[in-house]
Design a protein around this ligand. Structure first.
Ligand code: HEC
Length: 208
């Protein structure tokens, strides 16, 4: 009995390498799985330490010093640049437009009006109908009834289409006109010219 006990003690003791580089199999086993007791290889340790050092450098550069923009910052900057481009494009279009140009030039230009009709058929027809009657006024304000609820000035109609129903308005029969800024000012100008060309009598006072 005593002998047996000593033997078990000896078996449980872990073995340490005697020679440098000696491969040691540790004596314990879990469910028959045994472990080598070896130093991690240098390539592995290099990656570990490089990773740890990289973390500190990265953290300091990005979050403490703030010298390099984070991906959110560079994204924001890009979005801002796009916004600026949009604003510039709108300003450029606005500068080139006025009531007179809409009535006497753009709405008389067959090509420009045809482009506007294409925009209309793509984006407006669902609510306003191909005949501009807005399903008898059931789905939106009719666009052929001689009534321009907000303003009958071409520039105001252009802005209305661009921005949609103003925030302070309750709309029409609980419905609001969505903004069409995403079309870009050029297409909104085309569709405005198309509507003017279809309602010539409403804009006679701007005729020259
Ligand atoms: C989702 C439905 C819908 C779509 C699509 C839509 N509209 Fe409208 N539109 C409305 C509604 C609703 C009104 C009335 C809003 C109000 O009175 O504030 C309206 C009003 C208008 C008016 C003012 C009419 C008036 O008598 O004063 C114009 C102009 C207009 N839309 C042009 C357009 C153009 C151009 C497009 C396409 C680029 C378009 N709409 C697409 C729903 C729509």
């Amino acid at each position: 009995m005593e002998n047996n006990n000593t033997n078990t003690d000896k078996e449980n003791k872990e073995v340490t390498p005697i020679k440098k580089g000696e491969v040691v199999l540790r004596e314990h086993s879990f469910d028959g799985i045994q472990e080598y007791d070896q130093r991690m290889p240098n390539w592995w340790l290099t990656i570990l330490w490089a990773g740890i050092i990289f973390f500190f450098i990265y953290y300091v550069v990005y979050y403490t010093l703030g010298t390099v923009p984070t991906s959110k910052e560079s994204m924001d900057a890009r979005v801002e640049a796009i916004e600026q481009l949009r604003k510039d494009a709108l300003q450029k279009t606005l500068d080139s437009l006025d009531d007179d140009i809409f009535v006497n030039k753009l709405s008389m230009d067959a090509e420009f009006v045809a482009a506007g009709e294409e925009v209309y058929m793509g984006s407006c027809v669902a609510c306003h109908g191909a005949d501009l009657k807005s399903n008898g006024g059931a789905t939106a304000r009719p666009l052929d009834d001689g009534v321009w609820h907000y303003s009958d000035k071409p520039m105001d109609i252009f802005t209305f289409i661009l921005k949609g129903t103003p925030a302070d308005s309750t709309g029409y029969k609980m419905m609001r006109m969505p903004p069409w800024e995403q079309l870009g000012p050029d297409k909104v100008a085309q569709v405005t010219a198309y509507l003017i060309s279809k309602n010539k009598k409403d804009f006679e006072k701007f005729k020259k």
